[in-house]
Design a protein around this ligand. Sequence first.
Ligand code: ADP
Ligand code: TRP
Length: 320
Amino acid sequence: MRILSGIQPSGVLHLGNYFGMMRPAIELQEKGEAFYFIANYHSMTSLSDPAERRKNTLAVALDFLACGLDPNRTVFFRQSDVPEVTELTWLLGAVTPMGLLERCHSYKDKVAKGVSFNFGLFAYPVLMAADILIYDSNIVPVGRDQKQHVEVTRDIAIKFNEQYGQTFVIPEPQIRDEVAVVPGTDGQKMSKSYGNAIDIFGDEKALRKRIMGITMDSRTPSEPKPDSEKNIAIQLLKLVAPAAARDYEERLRAGGLGYGDLKKALFEHYWSCFAAARGKRSELAANLDYVNKVLADGANKARAKAQEVLHRARKASGLD
Ligand code: ADP
Ligand code: TRP
């Protein structure tokens, strides 16, 4: 079974990325042959600074390895080290109905926010389909916001198979319900672009401030607060320390616990949840030759598979 996922190097990774995508992906590496990559081609649709792309790409590699991605089990690489994927994007684009792309929320949301709009942003799901199909992927672990893109991939694969004969494996998205949408400090979906993110790694003081700034209601400490589904701090505590969260929920229900104390506890649990990973990340950052070798080995393995599938698609469509 092939498991595949990607993450854009478009900024610093946060708890939404970790619980929504990275942790499920890392757990799945035990279950089959996993391919995980850093989607640097995709990042070109929103990030124009080359130095920043380079810096973020390395940071994502360090974050993933520090959080437990095992390069002996998993093929880990940079998307652009497999340029075959851009050729497959063209083959797929030619069987993709415009309407399918026009329905995609992610591009519509960006247009609605007034982001300057380029062809790459519109074609984004076709490149993502190529990423998935070029490795004969069966399972794609992602957060809920990417579900539609995996459905588009399925539609494109079915269309190509109908038109040119059985060529691609039809993939399935895998979304964990309990972490489908991790809330940010303001209660919206946590996102690099909303200024509401709690980063996985970073400066202790700044992150403490972020957590103390989580939006809460105005109830006093003594009031009972039974509605923990609306409580952002409890939702985050459930992720970083599930057992402690049950205890704090009980105390909120009973009354007598204030939000300041709850947020302090959240910070401490969050900080210790990533303590080991933080240590590992510093070691990796001091050993970049090793990190670059992991990515180069990953690229070689991924490329061999991509060439095989691209050849199949070229042959099916009469390009051989
Ligand atoms: P961002 O919205 O911060 O730019 P990306 O779109 O790069 O994040 O997402 C990378 C991965 O992390 C995707 O699989 C996405 O579904 C997941 N993800 C991002 N934010 C969240 C969130 N708040 N909750 C759950 N999963 C998330
Ligand atoms: N679009 C994904 C995101 O923003 C990243 C991505 C690119 C991806 N290609 C992929 C995810 C293929 C899964 C499979 O999060």
